[in-house]
Design a protein around this ligand. Structure first.
Ligand code: HEM
Length: 293
């Protein structure tokens, strides 16, 4: 039954997501410098705080996984920068939901947005800026890079309670599979995306903020490799949701595959990131990422 629900969810979700087409050249005529502005900002922030890349990647994941309710299509918002909105006197926003209390480095997105607004006002969404920043966080940390499809819009709804839709670290493999399938994501995506979650956290744990003096960041970037999968196979994982990947024959085989091949892992990771960050909805281009227009 769970597999059936997951399958139906995946079909529904993928047919709806394909309705909002993203494109590679979306800002070519309106703001061609947007991506390089974001890269520069992320790079600069990483020089003074090594925890920035992990924070940006997790922020993007938490943005994309929220308000995705396949059986109530009006809520298909996904990567709409709702995670960036501040709470107001009338509304407690996602930012203040339990799993998001530890999110940080929002200032990096604010700086990038401010610079972009100064050159191309009202054109580039906060949701796209966050997707660029997550990609830059990975690539500037020694991971793969990719072309981010663009054209997301910013959402106007952000509710703390919705953060309970995020997968829990105690989830078993069926719960993880279902959570990903509801967003049109496969078991391959689940396993591939688990790598950076764990490796970024182990290199730059949030509760152990290492402030980098700056000088060596360019010459010795944080190295990312498929070592996570080797550790996982040895039973050394961060969360029980990581260990859960070994309890299903298909995910276990993928863990072994990625443990053996950095190339296979990177290919799968990029594919999964593009699929995750293409879960889109939203309605507007915000002027400031923390408030709706
Ligand atoms: C599969 C289900 C997942 C679960 C259950 C999960 C759970 C968690 C938990 C509990 C933390 C620790 C948070 C803290 O220290 O307060 C964490 C950290 C992190 N997660 Fe996930 N996560 C999942 C998937 C992902 C995915 C798909 C990504 C990105 C593509 C991701 C990126 C990260 C990153 C980068 C960190 C480190 C954040 C930091 O140190 O600032 N996670 N995750």
């Amino acid at each position: 039954m769970a597999t059936f629900i997951a399958l139906v969810s995946a079909l529904l979700v993928s047919s709806v997501y394909s309705a909002k087409a993203l494109s590679s050249n979306y800002y070519d005529h309106t703001c061609p410098q947007a991506e390089s502005m974001v890269s520069r900002t992320v790079k600069k922030a990483m020089l003074s705080d090594k925890t920035v890349p992990a924070a940006l990647l997790r922020m993007h994941f938490h943005d994309c996984f929220i308000r995705v309710t396949p059986f109530c299509l009006a809520f298909l918002l996904g990567c709409d920068a709702s995670v960036l909105l501040n709470s107001t006197s009338k509304n407690q926003a996602e930012k203040d939901g339990p799993p998001n209390i530890s999110l940080h480095a929002f200032y990096v997105i604010d700086i990038a947005k401010e610079e972009i607004e100064a050159s191309c006002p009202g054109v580039v969404s906060c949701a796209d800026i966050l997707a660029f920043a997550a990609r830059d966080a990975v690539s500037l940390s020694g991971g793969p890079t990719w072309d981010v499809p663009k054209g997301r819009l910013d959402g106007r709804i952000s509710k703390a309670n919705d953060t309970l839709q995020l997968p829990f670290p105690t989830f078993n493999i069926s719960q993880l599979q279902q959570s990903f399938a509801q967003r049109g994501l496969s078991l391959d995506d689940l396993v591939a995306l688990s790598e950076f979650a764990a490796s970024l956290q182990s290199v730059c744990p949030m509760h152990n903020k290492v402030k980098n003096a700056g000088a060596n960041m360019d010459t010795t970037p944080v190295a990312f490799d498929n070592g996570y999968f080797e550790l996982l196979l040895q039973g050394k994982s961060l969360f029980s949701s990581d260990q859960a990947l070994l309890t299903n024959p298909k995910t276990k085989a993928l863990v072994s595959k990625y443990a053996c091949s950095q190339e296979e892992f990177e290919k799968a990771f990029v594919k999964a990131m593009i699929r995750m960050s293409s879960i889109t909805g939203g309605e507007e281009i915000r002027r400031h990422c923390r408030v709706v227009r």
